[in-house]
Design a protein around this ligand. Structure first.
Ligand SMILES: Nc1ncnc2c1ncn2[C@@H]1O[C@H](COP(=O)(O)OP(=O)(O)OP(=O)(O)O)[C@@H](O)[C@H]1O
Ligand SMILES: [Mg+2]
Length: 253
């Protein structure tokens, strides 16, 4: 099964030594199919961002191996997009300029076409000439999503992208992301603390334990879409994730 997978994570480990030695990741192995939506959940400091950075090629690999589409990941690549918790926009650039900032395409007309397409896709066509200070938090986060999508990545890595947003905006952004994904068929690796968010978005939920950061549980989430957050089936999966943190915690060796 691993051989056919689109992404394989094979025995990844990462220990930070210093005043405190932290085993951020230990023996992490899993695989993903093309187009799969994986949510990684775990408590603060368990190694979620470290795993995301290793998988995307931003951080070097110390132990183990990651492959995407059969190729070993050893550096960042434009085929992989990244969205962070804060929108990280350049304050002196407009929405369009921010989206175009890291665009690979160099030919002017095609560039402008792509920028317009992705600014519109995230619903900001009317704000293309606005500066980040003129945007709400949700709008700024849309710009950073457009910036990650404009290179048409095969894989989108998102590190708590909606963590700083208020509840209503967060829910709107979750729906927006599902809508965009319906058009682009990307594989998405999405880190979150929010159990409700993980159950709403994912095909698969990977739960990490803390120090050592190991795979504690993998939950296949086959709830049909659109999902109803108040349905019994939805609450049942939420409970499985919740119990993994708060019921089994005391039993861990
Ligand atoms: N560059 C580094 N040097 C030393 N320790 C690090 C480094 N990066 C991460 N760590 C440690 O590794 C552990 C995992 O960190 P990481 O940022 O991956 O956690 P996280 O799950 O993303 O947490 P949060 O939910 O708070 O973002 C933490 O204990 C952190 O202190
Ligand atoms: Mg983190």
């Amino acid at each position: 099964m691993m051989a056919d997978a689109f992404i394989t994570v094979d025995n990844i480990g990462r220990t930070f030594t210093g005043e405190n030695t932290v085993t951020a990741l230990q023996e992490i192995s899993f695989s993903l199919n093309k187009g799969e939506f994986l949510c990684i959940v775990g408590q603060s400091g368990c190694g979620k961002s470290t795993l995301l950075r290793i998988m995307s090629g931003v951080d070097p690999i110390h132990e183990g191996k990651v492959t995407i589409n059969g190729k070993v990941v050893d550096k960042p690549d434009p085929s992989r997009g990244m969205v962070f918790q804060e929108s990280r926009l350049l304050s002196w650039m407009t929405v369009s300029q921010n989206v175009g900032f890291a665009l690979k395409e160099k030919e002017k007309e095609k560039r402008n076409q792509l920028i317009d397409e992705y600014v519109s896709l995230v619903g900001l066509a009317d704000f293309r000439h606005s500066y980040p200070r003129e945007l709400s938090g949700g709008m700024a986060q849309r710009v950073s999503i457009a910036r990650a999508l404009v290179n048409q990545p095969e894989v989108l890595f998102m590190d708590e992208p909606f963590g700083a947003l208020d509840y209503m905006t967060k829910i709107n952004m979750q729906n927006e992301l599902l809508r965009i994904r319906g058009k682009n068929q990307m594989t998405i690796i999405f880190v979150t603390h929010d159990i409700d968010e993980a159950v709403y978005l994912s095909d698969t939920i990977l739960i990490l334990s803390k120090n050592p950061g190991k795979v504690k549980k993998v939950i296949q989430n086959t709830l049909p879409s659109p999902r109803n957050r108040n349905s019994e089936e939805f609450l049942e999966i939420k409970k499985q994730v919740y119990d993994c943190f708060f019921i089994q915690e005391g039993k861990e060796a």
